[in-house]
Design a protein around this ligand. Structure first.
Ligand code: DCP
Length: 230
């Protein structure tokens, strides 16, 4: 089988040298990524903090791709994940003059967790899965994805499931606990057991704690992140 490969390995990757120290915030659905990133907005002189483009996914030219993906995964999971890839790529490569960039999620969690989960669960056709894999591989071959640290908001599936139920995002009403458990295992395979992915440093945060207790965890990560530019 033929595979797309970079045309010329000597050509520098797109985006090389344009990105500052970059931190990826990862964790299961409902683990508190957006809240975590908002905490860093007070450092706006030093940190370019970008939350996830969920709103774009919920309204793409009038189509709610997130909802379509959950309602009709056979048809929509693949186009949804290809749009996620595009929106993530925009964020990975967007220039900033700040010395630190913090991103909610990444191409990597889409590839190692979400697409893998859809495929393992039989929700995405083998052929579509292979096309997405070719895209990831080609995009990573030709594009520089800066990633210096991953902050893993580590949770228990039952805790985030309860949070998801409470926040009641309409698209997620049909998400079962089993789906959250499988996503948890894939995050663990990637970030704790290191079965997949490259060797990016991981800072683990106890994210089962509720908002009143999580401040010390925020402080700990604040010290690690800001130390990177001292
Ligand atoms: N999603 C997906 N595939 C991806 C990324 C996200 O199917 N590659 C879905 C899962 C959720 C929604 O998008 O239904 C948003 O998920 P996130 O975990 O990325 O964001 P949350 O808003 O749940 O984050 P948090 O609650 O941690 O702030």
């Amino acid at each position: 089988m033929t595979s797309l490969k970079p045309i010329n390995a000597a050509v520098p990757k797109y985006g090389v040298g344009t990105q500052p120290f970059t931190v990826l915030i990862e964790g299961n659905i409902g683990s508190g990524k957006t809240t975590f990133i908002k905490h860093f907005q007070k450092f706006e002189d030093k940190i370019c903090a970008m939350t996830e483009p969920v709103e774009k996914w919920r309204n793409f030219k009038g189509y709610n791709l997130l909802e379509l993906m959950y309602i009709d995964p056979d048809r929509w999971a693949m186009p949804f994940q290809s749009y996620v890839m595009l929106t993530m790529l925009e964020r990975h490569t967007k220039p900033t003059d700040k010395p630190i960039k913090i991103l909610e999620r990444s191409l990597y969690s889409a590839k190692y967790c979400f697409v893998e989960n859809l495929h393992k669960g039989g929700l995405i056709h083998d052929g579509m899965y292979e096309i997405l894999k070719e895209w990831y591989s080609y995009v990573e071959d030709i594009t520089h994805i800066q990633a210096d640290l991953i902050v893993y908001l580590r949770t228990t599936p039952e805790v985030v499931y309860e949070r998801i139920r409470k926040r009641a995002r309409s698209e997620e009403a049909c998400v079962p606990l089993e789906y959250i458990k499988q996503l948890h295992e894939l995050h663990e395979d990637w970030l704790i057991r290191k079965k997949v992915g490259c060797n990016i440093k991981v800072l683990e945060i106890e994210a089962d704690l509720d908002l009143s207790e999580i401040d010390r965890e925020y402080k700990r990560s604040e010290n690690v992140i800001t130390a990177s530019i001292q």
